[in-house]
Design a protein around this ligand. Sequence first.
Ligand SMILES: Nc1ncnc2c1ncn2[C@@H]1O[C@H](COP(=O)(O)OP(=O)(O)OP(=O)(O)O)[C@@H](O)[C@H]1O
Length: 339
Amino acid sequence: MKAMQEQEQGAALLDVRKLSVLIKQSSRQKVRAVDAVSFSVGVGETLALVGESGAGKSLTAMAIMRLHKAQSMGVEADSIRLDGQELSTLSDREIRKIRGSTMAMIFQDPLSSLNPVLTVERQLVEAIRLHNDMSAAAARQRALELLDMVRIPAAKSRLGEYSHRLSGGMRQRVMIAMALAGNPKLILADEPTTALDVTISAQILDLLRELQTELGVGMLFITHDLHAVRSIAHRVAVMYSGRIVETGNVEDVFSRPHHPYTEGLLAARPHGSFSLDGHKLREIPGTVPSPADRPAGCAFGPRCNRSQPDCESQPPSLRNETGARTSFACYHPLKEVPA
Ligand SMILES: Nc1ncnc2c1ncn2[C@@H]1O[C@H](COP(=O)(O)OP(=O)(O)OP(=O)(O)O)[C@@H](O)[C@H]1O
């Protein structure tokens, strides 16, 4: 059984190869806010994308969902495969069919995604019927089931509510129910707990973890909160200035980081908690370079106490050294601490 679960988890549900997001600065100038990131999410697996503000986490998810601002941004990718289907060559119309069905997104701020003038029932029923051939009565029944699934007590009495009358945690649960309406195989969750207080945030994390196990969905979980990574993710990809600098199983990355930036992130957690304290790294002097001023070599070089002259030539690529449990992009990585 365990072997089967491992095998299922290993199958790539989402496979992203060299995804870049270019932001138009002027008619001639574009900057690579996301620079050739590659990663995969297995069936029933959660991959956390973690990093400071401006690392490119949200743009990565928006590009996969094709929700980026097409007027000011361009997306390049060798491949974005979801459940065996190549997304990068699909038309906007075809992507719209997949969005909300095979893949769905949960945002940080449910209020901006829920319609304040429609009841919970109306919004849920609309989302359900958009992706499923169902009568209104069957969709209403399904809406109730979804509210039960996201552990909303007395679900029936909530159907007539408006989103602004719900508490932050309840709203996020409704958002999750909306995301589940099309029976997605992949959920992209962009900082879904950031706006909530600690207790509610922990409850939403528990809910997402439980739903993921129950439904077997894959999840790309975006956060700057290392505590959330530890509690929900199987694997983690650490982003810095538009690139993935280290990736591996959560336990390996957290216990034996090789990239000095990952080590800095872990050291920056205040008072034993894992939050990045308002997205700022207190232990590493300096700030993330803007994509327009990224150095020619390693983007972390100017802040790195292990930096050598060779770090300035070109960005290190993500690699897996013999014996290392994580992949990292660093010319002078931290060595494995012998057990
Ligand atoms: N609409 C936009 N126009 C111009 N630049 C943008 C836009 N959206 C994002 N950027 C830039 O792209 C880079 C990556 O932004 P992104 O929002 O993906 O970062 P993030 O890692 O998700 O950060 P946060 O944790 O703050 O959400 C940043 O430098 C940001 O300033």
